[in-house]
Design a protein around this ligand. Sequence first.
Ligand code: DX5
Ligand code: ZN
Length: 242
Amino acid sequence: MDDDYSLLLLIKKILMRRNCLSKLADQAPAILPSLLQCDFGRLADEIQRLKDAGVHTLHLDVMDGVFVPNFTYGMTIVKAVRSLTDMVVDVHLMMVEPQKYVPQFYDAGADIITIHAEAVDDARPVLDSIKTLGAAAGIAINPQTPVSAIAASLPHADMALVMSVNAGFGGQQFNEAVLTKFSEIRSLPGGEEILLEIDGGVNPETIKKCTDAGAQLLVAGSAIFKQDSYGDAIHSMLGRVN
Ligand code: DX5
Ligand code: ZN
């Protein structure tokens, strides 16, 4: 009986992860608002405004003040977001020793958990543990990190996140030099099917370069939250790529 239950649970987790991944692939090119600059005092309203603007996936930036100089929020905010929406929740961990906290972020409601290659000695066991829990597993690289640093991780990851600014702050200038990384990832074993995400400086001027280079999931903070209408901001970006 216990064995049957464990097997059913495992199958359910695999199906949930697959479902999340196919939803994301179907949405591409999709804009994922980074909540870093949203008004957390009005979180429910902010999420509703994004939903009304046609958003399906939210991007949450977790910063620990060690891996990056900035500090943001942890699992409590992920849990609050989860309680307010059934949208896909994409959690970007900019922290050292992410393996210690992966289960807590999963329990808080993360659908995708991305770790930084620069933050771990060996990404594989962390990516495997994320998938075993039932979430999709992402591997991120900062602009100065070459694709070779994640080559061995690609067969174990569901998503590769190419940072187009140095992780740590919103509102930085887009670094175009990272765009060649997408075709490089696609050419590697395990990179053929992986979801490709870009994060940092995505706006109406840069978005087409990102999709032309192969990015499917486009994280945007300032380009949305500094505008009065989130819908107009998102549609004006999507208008450049569709
Ligand atoms: C940076 C974060 C980003 C950031 C994007 O470390 O990972 O998600 O919020 O913000 P913009 O779009 O303003 O560059
Ligand atoms: Zn991010």
